[in-house]
Design a protein around this ligand. Structure first.
Ligand code: ADE
Length: 252
């Protein structure tokens, strides 16, 4: 039977999902707690990825080798690189880059050694199901899940769902210089975060289907600081919960 690894970049997101897990068992490996059990009738392993590419790749490898997951869904928040994106929009990754990887002059900037390419694609079939689950959430469940007051606090009205590229690196992007560098160097990047590219590299090497979904939490350098814990708890965590519920009902 299929076993799905669900990695959350924010511990608050995982905690919301854990409220619905059945037959939960917890195993600690390398300071990470892996929660196995049933979620919406599927065998799952939930884990907090921890932050950054090194941490997330180690968590991914343990999910694959110790817990034998046969697919991985990654959820979290991201900063917008595309100017058209707003806080509360959703990006589903088509390809993932590592924007801070640079082995030049041995390899062109961003080319990953051994794999010999810059971008790693996610799994098409999972993406199709994830896009459908996200559309269902925005069209029919958003307003029953999150209060208008909470949506207003973050200026969210009709969130967009974008299927496009995401770049990852070991930096929180907070200045317009950092942001412009990523935009000019990499092709059509929608959003930036700190784990997806690393998880994609491991999944590619182990041939494990992967999907990555991120809620835009900030504009990567060109906005005032938002209340991050409030955003994750009241917006991004609820998005993830409902979208994962829709997806697992579909997969089942
Ligand atoms: N995750 C959410 N916002 C981010 C940003 N601006 N840079 C990197 N990772 C992020």
């Amino acid at each position: 039977m299929s076993r799905i690894g669900i990695m959350s970049a924010m511990v608050e997101e995982m905690n919301i999902l854990l409220k619905s897990i059945k037959n939960e068992k917890i195993e600690t490996i390398g300071q990470r707690e892996y929660h196995t059990g049933k979620l919406f009738d599927n065998d799952v392993v939930l884990v907090f990825s921890r932050w950054g590419k090194v941490a997330a790749s180690s968590t991914t490898t343990t999910l694959i080798n110790n817990f034998r997951v046969d697919k991985i869904i990654f959820t979290g928040v991201a900063g917008a690189i595309n100017n058209k994106l707003n806080i509360g929009d959703i990006v589903i990754a088509k390809n993932l880059y590592q924007h801070d990887f640079d082995a030049s002059p041995l390899l062109n900037k961003h080319v990953l050694p051994h794999i010999n390419k810059k971008e790693i694609p996610t799994n098409k079939a999972l993406n199709t199901q994830l896009i459908k689950s996200a559309k269902q959430f925005i069209a029919t469940q958003l307003n029953n899940t999150i209060t208008n007051n909470e949506l207003d606090v973050f200026n969210i009205s009709t969130p967009e769902i974008v299927y496009g590229n995401i770049a990852s690196g070991d930096q929180f992007i907070k200045t317009s210089n950092q942001r412009e560098l990523i935009r000019t160097e990499l092709n059509e990047v929608e959003a930036v975060e700190m784990e997806g590219g690393a998880v994609a590299q491991i999944c590619y090497e182990y041939n494990i289907p992967l999907a990555v979904i991120r809620t835009i939490s900030d504009k990567a350098g060109s906005d005032a600081a938002i209340d991050f814990p409030r955003f994750v708890e009241n917006i991004a965590g609820k998005y993830s919960y409902k979208i994962i519920e829709n997806l697992l009902s579909e997969i089942n």
